[in-house]
Design a binder for this molecule. Structure first.
Ligand SMILES: [Fe+2]
Length: 139
């Protein structure tokens, strides 16, 4: 499965777009590891992904809070869902019974689908709402 950034995903807030590129790169690294079937590579890339996802969601949430975003709670719930899925992936791969390549691929597909949909709909809404205020973005 090919996972890559496309300009259609840009939401128009530079600091977030840069982070989304990195997030997608990290999902792509995990995806490649799943294709290779290399367990250690899967563990490494999941670690790499979870670290960045937490950092990025935190930055995005701070922008929402500082700019009094009206759908903060719903948005944060979506981030939490993603983190829980990646936690489960990590738990199974690193701390648990392990995973079959098919199960890892299914989870990977779900994470990819969620990420593209989340950026295209929910994150774009942040940008359109905050840009409509007209004032400078509080970062
Ligand atoms: Fe988001």
């Amino acid at each position: 499965m090919i996972v890559e950034w496309s300009d259609e995903l840009a939401i128009g807030i530079g600091i977030i777009d840069d982070q989304h590129r990195k997030l997608i790169d990290r999902i792509a690294s995990f995806s490649e590891a799943v294709e290779s079937g290399d367990k250690l590579q899967m563990e490494d890339t999941v670690n790499y992904l979870i670290g960045y996802a937490i950092q990025h969601f935190g930055a995005e949430e701070l922008i929402m809070i500082r700019n009094c975003y009206d759908q903060f709670n719903e948005h944060r719930d979506e981030h939490s869902w993603f983190i829980k899925q990646v936690f489960e992936l990590h738990r199974k791969l690193v701390c648990g019974e392990g995973m079959t390549r098919e199960d890892a691929a299914a989870l990977r597909d779900m994470l990819v689908e969620w990420t593209l949909d989340h950026i295209s709909v929910k994150d774009k809404r942040i940008a359109s709402t905050l840009n409509s205020f007209g004032g400078p973005l509080r970062k």
